[in-house]
Design a binder for this molecule. Structure first.
Ligand code: SF4
Length: 230
């Protein structure tokens, strides 16, 4: 199936906003970073390029293992939800009876328990597309790290977070609304947009009542604990 396009109720209206699950991951990591990458393009440092190469090798190896186990790998899938075209290539997925199982692999280290919210939302977006295209009523996502993994049922709560993230991303991608900055020294210290990001905050009016897309993410736990098969 690799390379084929599996679609749901896909229309080809010009005004659809295309959102990729990998962008949802970036948005959950830092909404402001998603804004810069959407409007200024992705910037990669030499260390990022090396990390990306290691990641590609890691994925190629596991893609082979998953294929041997009967999973589909790296197929392009998409569906339309309202005004959004959701499109991407899950690492691996499998239909088990009524249930869709998505496996997302990350070459980095995960949290002590479970998985990072950003990774779970990315995998959940693939599961949402596959649920719509296959008509499955149940879905489960597994995020595997170099060491450890987390497994999650697609609960209403998880789907709610995913839809909220997608709604906010449309404000950013279509209307150019500046979203919240989720600052932390480890993240901002290696961010190629640190200078413009800090300048932007100086320029934005202090005490503004305007809604900042993604501001709710600062209240979310950054790591989710497993729910297991539901
Ligand atoms: S500098 Fe920090 S807050 Fe700003 S975009 Fe980069 S990671 Fe996000």
């Amino acid at each position: 199936m690799g390379g084929g396009l599996e679609t749901g109720d896909t229309s080809h209206k010009e005004d659809l906003v295309t959102i990729y699950p990998s962008e949802i991951r970036t948005f959950a990591y830092c909404p402001r970073l998603f804004f810069f990458e959407s409007w200024l393009g992705k910037k990669a440092r030499a260390s990022d390029r090396l990390r990306a190469l290691v990641g590609r090798l890691f994925h190629a190896l596991w893609s082979l293992v998953d294929k041997i186990r009967g999973f589909k790998s790296e197929s392009l899938i998409e569906t339309v939800l309202g005004g959004v075209r959701l499109r991407g290539r899950p690492d691996s997925y499998l239909q088990v009876g009524e249930e869709v199982v998505v496996v997302e692999r990350k070459s980095g280290r995960g949290p002590v328990r479970g998985a990072w919210l950003s990774d779970v939302l990315q995998a959940s977006a693939y599961a949402l597309i596959l649920s719509k295209t296959s008509g499955s009523r149940k879905a489960r996502v597994i995020v595997r790290y170099r060491r450890g993994s987390g497994e999650f049922s697609m609960s209403e709560e998880l789907v709610g977070k995913l839809v909220k993230a997608i709604d906010d991303m449309v404000y950013v991608k279509k209307h150019g609304v500046v979203p919240a900055a989720l600052r932390s020294e480890p993240k901002c210290g290696r961010c190629p947009y640190r200078m413009p990001c800090e300048e932007l905050d100086r320029d934005l009016s202090v005490g503004s009542d305007l809604y900042e897309p993604g501001s709710w993410l600062s209240r979310e736990r950054r790591a989710l604990e497993d729910t297991g098969p539901g």
